[in-house]
Design a protein around this ligand. Structure first.
Ligand code: SF4
Length: 299
């Protein structure tokens, strides 16, 4: 697969985060541009990102040298997040090892890591993640929007199925890593049932997750919206889903499930029963426990 990848120029890759409210990460790092997992709701397709070939994964040229130089220049180490704009464990990564080698660089320069993915390939790097976690926080986030592999094959057609993601979560947590689930988005009219919310919480807890961070709905922007509606029409014919979205949400950015309130009640209750954290403040605090805040640069 690595033979087909295209490289794009980049000046820097590790950027200081605007704020630390997202899992406490002080830095962001995107080694790849675009993603081949094909999620029909992906926000990164939005026009504002100006990537009209989003489904084609491209790697930043000379990424490891740039990352090394970026890290060497940072005055204070902190947690670097990856996975916000593209999946760091896309299929090319299996051969390219760019994410793996970037993690090794993070460790060498005293940084922690927060990784978000839909791929079980993350388990390949348990050794590096464990090694980082001896001195700095590591947060592993597996996205699960439904426990139904069949439905996931429609809405996340090229990503590994949720059953494999949950198995990966079990391996990560079994290795002692701080691991949890991003239950976002929760697609209105498709995934927003109480049964699905309960199932995601239960399966995550069974797999050893420490937290679940949810959204009871989805975000939608220009570019992303048109693609999403086209896919709804072709993948769920006769269900009139796109029309339901149009009628209810128009061009609204945040599309909350019509059942959001009831879903929150079920979610909180189930997380309470299963001992899972779900507030960002608690998740960040738990991920840093034992490291000593003096080691970290809480900007
Ligand atoms: S895995 Fe993430 S970045 Fe890739 S298509 Fe799905 S939502 Fe987008």
């Amino acid at each position: 697969m690595s033979g087909q990848i295209e490289y794009i120029p980049a000046k820097s890759i590790v950027h200081r985060a605007k704020d630390t409210s997202w899992f406490g990460a002080e830095y962001n790092m995107n080694i790849y541009r675009g993603c081949s997992h094909g999620c029909i709701y992906c926000d990164s397709r939005s026009d504002c990102y100006r990537n009209d070939r989003f489904d084609q994964v491209r790697a930043k040229a000379d990424a490891l040298r740039i990352i090394r130089d970026d890290l060497a220049r940072k005055v204070k180490p902190g947690v670097a997040a990856t996975g916000s704009m593209s999946d760091p464990y896309n299929p090319f990564e299996r051969e390219l090892n760019l994410t793996r080698r970037a993690l090794i660089l993070l460790e060498a320069y005293g940084f922690g890591a927060a990784v978000a993915t839909k791929s079980d390939l993350i388990t390949r790097d348990i050794d590096v993640l464990t090694s980082i976690s001896r001195t700095m926080p590591v947060i592993c986030k597996l996205t699960v929007t439904t426990c139904d592999d069949g439905l996931a094959a429609q809405v996340e057609p090229c990503a590994p199925p949720p059953s494999r993601r949950l198995a990966a979560l079990e391996e990560l947590s079994g290795a002692g890593l701080f691991t949890g689930v991003l239950m976002m988005p929760l697609l209105p009219f498709l995934e927003d049932s109480e049964e699905n919310v309960r199932a995601v919480v239960d399966r995550a807890a069974d797999a050893g997750a420490r937290f679940i961070y949810p959204a009871m709905g989805m975000t939608c922007r220009a570019g992303q919206r048109e693609y999403f509606y086209q896919q709804l029409a072709s993948r769920f014919p006769g269900q009139d889903l796109a029309e339901q979205y149009r009628r209810r949400y128009g061009t609204r950015y945040y599309c909350a499930s019509p059942r959001a309130r009831a879903l929150w009640d079920v979610f909180r209750e189930q997380c309470g029963c299963r001992g899972l954290l779900y507030s960002m403040g608690q998740i960040i605090a738990a991920s840093r426990r034992g490291y000593g805040t003096e080691q970290l640069s809480l900007f």
